[in-house]
Design a protein. Structure first.
Length: 764
């Protein structure tokens, strides 16, 4: 079944193995413990790559196995290349004999080529990409007479991907699984899709592991051959494995049980991609007698940063437990800064970055890590204004994202009917049934008449050049554009954008996809509308966007980095800024509404990852007011701020209670999830905060709020039941009940409201 191993000359082991030089005792233990199951529990910045590389090299140098008898699995091609290079430096040419070092998909594809016929494929099968997958699904949806606008192919693709990540074939789906698409037709379409792929002699990326898992399950002889072949199995980033990866690895390791997995349960942040933290948590149950080696000595961050991160993650219940420490001394405490609103947050970080630059710190060592992509817009606009070089890593700049470009094209066409580029981009976005042939006829007519495409569309819609359906669709679209052009003269640019996105069907198309990606795109569109509220006219806003897009700093210049926390995993920076630490933003309300307590713990792991990216300084910011879905609302600091150990935090603002506020509020209950809403749009705390008024013009607190020591953590003693009070938005009222620093007040005009006591003053 397998080709014979080529004999590679291996270097002999010296009495004092240089592979162990520079490793601390737990790392050395992980390298030298070669037999039996091993869990290398490696905290952030603890040198797990060095230990894993040295372990692999040690097995080869010690001649415990030929290079071709070692299975080493990574998650990315980049990680596989780096691993091969590092091992090559240690063992020389022997690394070239390691065909089983690679990603899950690469290794599974290599196996499947050998056994394709057992999956109903030929060995020269094709691996289709996402575009081809969507094309096949659209064909199936159309053939079955389903409305693709109501049940998008992208939604079905997401369902199938999740099922394959769980190791499920069509016949394995439950009734609940099948209900995820087209009112219970999920199983049927999954089956039709798999049949179509086999007819095409093709598979998608999810099939690679799924097919191999089922081949190994059904063919004992093949499974035993691989179990005997792989004397040692090593897996990097084990906390990120999904169910099918976990099942595949467990099968291969059952015979010899020489499996070493490296990971950190506190950094499992990819459940939306199918990762299951339970895989690493139950490793000792899967492999009884497993040795757990904890790498806790951190080589990256200062003591205060590590202590703050460790104190925060201690609030999670689903973890194996470890405490990071360092031999480094000194360093600043984690700063928690309260600001008035989102624009001030961007100004404050801009000022801090300029200060660091004056102090000769490289901008390349400075990073802003956000929870969601829509947060980047405020910083981009600010940095453009002050000329601070920046780059977006792991994504596009805000105005370069596809959904933003689509929205801008709508706006440009309204502002300038002769903008043919804008017309081309949106005339069939979202899908209206207008294809390339229609566009070709429009171009031909426009050139013949010397008119822009929008006018050509109106003219050709009155002819028989197009089929009736296309003609009617095109005419309806142009009528919409004309109506929006009239609306632009009567309303604000922001309201125009919201109306166009709704009436064009663009918003509905994204909502129908029901995926994390589409939800993020909707957030970006909401942020675009918020940005437009600062401009009086549409032309002013479009001119601003043009200037932003044209501002491209020298590629050789040092730049500050802006990226999401998810994208920052594995990276490190001297100075890290973490904005938006408010309830509903971070932790994300959407994530908690969809995933409950499990999602809350993952959000906390994400916060832990964010803090541990910092080498020297970590600064957390939260705003007292933020615009949510176009409405200014008062914001409550994130519960994560309250979970930071006080001894390692420096509060730099009395604008809000910050950590002390949340310690007071969240200590009211032993249930850490009690304040998270279940099945509603926002949690109770968020709803109460959203009732507070906010004037975006002033940059200082109202007199009543300042005098009351805004957001005080302890309840006021001068405001009790029966007290007559005044609230700036709701007017005069009487306190009817009190719970901590929260008051129930019967207002004379607004009726009963629940407010924080610092927002009221005693009536005179």
């Amino acid at each position: 079944m397998f080709p014979s191993c080529s004999l590679v000359q291996l270097p002999t082991e010296s009495p004092a193995d240089p592979l162990l030089d520079g490793l601390n005792p737990p790392q050395r233990e992980a390298v030298l413990t070669t037999e039996g199951p091993v869990l290398m529990l490696a905290g952030a910045g603890t040198g797990k790559t060095a230990a894993l590389t040295a372990r692999l090299a040690h097995i080869v140098r010690s001649r415990l196995a030929w290079p071709s008898e070692i299975l080493c699995v990574t998650f990315t091609n980049k990680a596989a290349r780096e691993m091969k290079e590092r091992v090559g430096h240690l063992v020389g040419p022997a690394v070239e004999g390691m065909p089983w070092l690679g990603t899950f998909h690469a290794i599974a594809a290599k196996m499947l080529r050998r056994h394709a016929e057992l999956a109903g494929l030929q060995s020269n099968y094709t691996i289709i990409d996402t575009d081809d997958q969507l094309r096949v699904l659209k064909q199936l949806i159309q053939a079955e007479g389903l409305d693709e606008k109501r049940w998008p192919a992208r939604q079905l693709a997401g369902c199938i991907d999740r099922w394959k990540n769980r190791g499920l074939l069509p016949q394995d789906l439950s009734a609940g699984d099948s209900e995820a698409y087209a009112n219970g037709q999920g199983q049927k379409f999954y089956r039709l899709y798999q049949e179509r792929l086999k007819a095409l002699n093709a598979c998608d990326f999810g099939d690679l592991l799924l097919h191999m898992l089922n081949i190994l399950r059904a063919n004992r002889e093949i499974l035993e051959q691989y179990q005997q072949r792989f004397k040692y199995i090593m897996v990097d980033e084990y906390q990120d494995t999904n169910q099918v990866q976990y099942l595949w690895l467990r099968l291969l390791a059952q015979a010899r049980k020489n499996i070493c997995v490296v990971g950190d349960d506190d950094q499992s942040i990819y459940s939306w991609r199918g990762a299951e933290v339970a895989n690493i948590l139950r490793f000792e149950q899967d492999f009884p007698g497993a040795k757990v080696i904890k790498l806790e000595q951190n080589y990256r961050s200062t003591p205060d940063i590590l202590a703050a991160a460790s104190g925060l993650i201690d609030a999670n219940s689903q973890r194996l437990g470890k405490t990071l420490w360092t031999e480094r001394g000194g360093g600043d405490k984690v700063r928690v800064i309260g600001v008035w609103d989102g624009p001030e947050e961007a100004r404050r970080i801009g000022e801090e970055a300029e200060r660091l630059e004056r102090e000769r710190a490289s901008l390349a060592t400075v990073a802003i890590l956000v929870r969601a992509q829509f947060q980047t817009r405020e910083f981009e606009d600010r940095f453009i204004a002050i000329g601070l070089p920046y780059k977006i890593v792991g994504g596009f700049r805000f105005y370069e994202r596809a959904e933003i470009r689509d929205a801008l094209a709508y706006l440009r066409l309204v502002a300038q009917p002769s903008d043919d580029l804008a017309f081309e981009r949106i005339y069939n976005t979202p899908k209206r049934g207008l294809g390339d042939k229609t566009l070709e006829k429009l171009h031909r007519h426009a050139r013949a008449r010397g008119v822009p495409l929008s006018l050509a569309a109106v003219e050709i819609a009155d002819t028989d050049e197009l089929p009736a359906r296309a003609r009617n669709t095109l005419l309806a679209f142009m009528r919409d554009v004309a109506r929006w052009r009239d609306l632009a003269k009567q309303t604000t640019p922001a309201e125009l954008a919201r109306t166009m996105l709704d009436e064009s069907g663009y918003t509905a198309a994204l909502q129908a996809e029901k995926s994390a990606e589409s939800a993020g795109r909707l957030e970006n569109l909401a942020e675009l509308a918020r940005a437009m509220e600062e401009y009086e006219t549409l032309s002013d806003f479009l001119e601003h966007v043009s200037l932003v897009m044209d501002n491209e700093a020298n590629d050789q210049a040092e730049k500050l980095t802006i990226m999401t926390i998810h994208a920052a995993k594995g990276l490190e920076f001297d100075h890290v800024f973490l904005p938006g630490w408010e309830e509903g933003v971070f932790p994300s309300q959407r994530a908690m509404d969809e995933g409950g307590l499990a999602s809350l713990e993952e959000e906390r792991r994400l916060a832990y990852v964010a803090i541990t990216r910092a080498r020297r300084q970590c600064t957390i910011l939260h705003a007292a007011n933020r615009r949510i879905y176009g409405q200014w609302t008062s914001s409550i600091p994130s519960r994560f701020i309250g979970e930071l150990p006080e001894a390692h935090v420096q509060q730099e603002s009395t604008l809000s209670g910050g950590a002390s506020l949340w310690r007071a509020q969240w200590s009211e209950t032993s249930d850490p999830f009690a304040h998270v809403s279940r099945g509603t749009g926002r949690g109770p705390g968020w709803q109460r905060a959203a009732t507070q008024s906010y004037d975006p013009t002033p940059r200082r607190l109202p007199e009543a709020t300042r005098s009351a020591a805004s957001f005080a953590a302890k309840p006021r003693t001068d405001v009790g039941i029966g007290a007559r009070v005044f609230h700036e938005k709701f007017g005069y009222g009487t306190v009817t009940s009190q719970e901590g620093n929260k008051l129930e007040i019967e207002f004379e005009t607004a009726g009963p409201k629940r407010v924080i006591d610092s927002f009221v003053k005693l009536a005179e």
